[in-house]
Design a protein around this ligand. Sequence first.
Ligand SMILES: [Zn+2]
Length: 348
Amino acid sequence: MKAVVFHEFGGLDTLQLEELPDPAPGPGEVLIDVAASALNHLDVDIREGVSRFPVEPPFVLGLEVVGRIAALGEGVEGWQVGDRVMPFLMDHCSECRYCRTGRESLCDSPGFISFSTSGGYAEQLVCSVGHLMRVPEEIPDEAAAALQIAFGTAWHMLFTRGRLGPAETVMVNSVGSGIGSAAVQLAHLAGATVIGNASADEKLERAAELGMDHGINHRTQDVVEEVMRLTDGRGVDLVFEHVGGELFQKGLDSLAKDGRLVICGGHSGEVVPFDIIPFFRSQKSVIGSFVYTRDEVEKCLELARQGKITPVVYEVFPLEQAREAMATMERREHFGKIVLRPRVEAAA
Ligand SMILES: [Zn+2]
């Protein structure tokens, strides 16, 4: 099979299209023909060797995969060749105290799909049946590949961690990203008022079509001033933060008293100054969020099947153009997700 491999950490030129031995499923595993595979910023960190995850080259990237089962390993029951599936991102033990209390993303012995097996920048992938989720036929391949991380993360942050209520106001940072555009849709669907920010007016226009009520251009406008103007000086109940750096502090300053900031990323600055005094005097909360549960993804798959949410796909590339696909993502001008199409004959 063809796969995109890197043999040393570094830039785009480390990515090589190679012919690898066809993988074969072991006991309890299935072989998947990969129809679509979505890119994530984490892929860039992994390629550059700065992900803070235990990854060693040679390595095949790709965390979000949709495809059809091509072969069953020994002892696999309940699945057929041809079934349309996506692997759940994370492996978990089902036995530790976190798994037993519905908090699988905190598992004491976790694994990730492209870490413990091989990744989705390839024509085929072997994974354990424990990972598999069914993908409804109504959702196109590219949209299904773009759904899991963006909507799963957004759901976990907004509702499970952030406890967003229908009468509340939320600010979504960087609405042009995959999880930003997902958060706008889910918060709008839940009945919340959605303020969003982005680096360009065109991104704000696209987010408005997805249900954003008010947009702020964080390059040309003062985020905190605009939030206070839009909320009659009160501030927002929840900030959906995944950027880090300046937007983290602006998010804290945009909160109403007793407001919550829920955060899952820090690409623009992982270590930030933090003013303790106004934080505790206004009784604010900062809430960490990591991954999501299978149940949360399945809820989002059902909403997508009903047409209530739409994963936003910016551009689709063949596997041979993985470098161009990553370059497009790294320019950060896109709105929504970038998707590879490794094996078109496995398409829906
Ligand atoms: Zn566990």
